[in-house]
Design a protein. Structure first.
Length: 243
């Protein structure tokens, strides 16, 4: 690494196998940029108390402090739990990370919501691996924020490790289904353990609708927080052309 390398510190669910290779590839595409990861325990996605408690701030802050040891330029939580727990949980988390480490922080969902605002998204299509009740919470939170979900697909999986086993070809089919059904302003693959980020160019070529994958939104948000121009990232969708 050179002295000008931007170091992205990424908080990662422990059972996630998709986001690290995708994030590393995105960072490499940005040039003079590297990704560094810290895990905390997440194995189940559901509304059960034990599953919700996985996202206790104290556990995430401990992982963030380990990234601070590496003197990263920004810390990003590459996870989507605020989608069902409430967007304010990520706002508070970022404040606490910065208070604890002195490092700027962002998240997949805060960056996603910023992108949606910049794109004036009022009609959203959602593809996720989650269970119906988790998906409904996400839909409800966006409705409260003035964004209507016009089509959705969910795979009714709760084991986090299993999300990465969903084949990209299946995800592409689901993305096409929700675009054709819902005529959205944007489509989101709402989970950072889906192998979907690299599908953006094909989705946008075939259907003309931006794909806002949550692994990609995390990197977009981190680059902006670090003072980098996201448009350096090529081949991963039009979201990176948005400053």
């Amino acid at each position: 690494m050179t002295a000008t390398t931007t170091c992205l510190g990424v908080l990662t669910p422990s059972s996630n196998t998709a986001l690290e290779p995708l994030t590393s590839a995105l960072a490499a595409s940005a040039g003079n940029c590297s990704a560094h990861f810290s895990r905390f325990t997440v194995t189940e996605i559901s509304l059960a108390e034990g599953a919700l408690n996985q996202f206790d701030d104290s556990k995430i802050l401990a992982a963030a402090e380990l990234l601070a040891d590496a003197k990263v330029d920004v810390i990003g939580w590459s996870g989507t739990a605020a989608g069902w727990r409430g967007f304010e949980t990520d706002m508070r988390l970022c404040e606490r990370i910065t208070e604890r480490t002195g490092i700027k922080a962002t998240t997949a969902i805060l960056a996603l919501n910023q992108l949606m605002e910049k794109l004036s998204v009022k009609k959203l299509a959602i593809v996720s691996p989650y269970t119906a009740d988790v998906q409904q919470c996400i839909i409800n939170n966006y409705r409260a924020a003035g964004v209507e979900t016009t089509a959705e697909r969910h795979l009714d999986i709760s084991v986090n490790h299993s999300f990465a086993l969903v084949e990209p070809e299946q995800l592409l089919q689901l993305i096409g289904n929700v675009i054709e059904e819902g005529k959205p302003d944007a489509v989101v693959t709402y989970c950072t353990n889906l192998r979907a980020a690299h599908l953006a160019e094909e989705v946008e070529r075939r259907w003309g609708v931006p794909l806002l994958d949550t692994v990609s939104t995390t990197v977009w948000g981190m680059l902006r927080a670090a003072g980098r121009d996201p448009s350096a990232v090529k081949g991963w969708g039009r979201l990176f052309d948005i400053a």
